[in-house]
Design a protein around this ligand. Sequence first.
Ligand code: ADE
Length: 241
Amino acid sequence: MYKQTKTGEYMRIDIITVLPELIEPFTRESILGRAQKKGLAEIHVHNLRDYTADKHKRVDDYPFGGAAGMLIQCQPLDACISALKAERKYDEIIFTAPDGETFNQPMANELSLKENIIIICGHYKGIDYRIREHLITREVSIGDYVLTGGELAAAVMADSIVRVIPGVIGDVESALSDSFQDNLLEPPVYTRPAQYHPVSNPEETWAVPDILLSGHEAKIREWEYEQAVARTKRLRPDLLE
Ligand code: ADE
């Protein structure tokens, strides 16, 4: 079982994007909004266009060698990253890319222990490779499919990183007992009523497993564990290998 060790500090995530309007509202709501109100995290979104030296505010150009699509240029990314680095030390400078290492729960846990991280959202056909060679410390994909931009990937990562910071979710246990924290999917969960009659056939009864109503704490935990193992075997056998 994963244990959080960082206490009493807040985490700062800087997100660099050409579409701040896409990601800013997300950072103000839900778990990210709550973490910021509690003073446990800070998310700052930076518009890459604010850092371009181009008088037309362009941040992209054609790739050398005639490949299709556009690339984000070195200059605005270098300027933005340098401005941030002048203010504080960063533990990781992450680039979102479909060819990066695959994001997962252990990576979210690990990144939640950092103090300051930058996430750069890729766009168009990507970014000038020199930025990846010289400034990026980690390249991360959220799965084997191609998104139009890295904003959704940055939002996914920020959400899952921030939710495991102690105190962000009221009940710490609730984040630490999530699916994947111990390589097991969650057991089935139910709420009231214990007997439900579906709209399509009110004669029918969908009942909650008796064990959950038994009040027998130890037996319930045992049942939940067996169910978690059974669901993992059926749906994600790779997690048990
Ligand atoms: N940008 C485009 N596709 C991506 C993916 N799958 N993960 C992270 N960033 C991406």
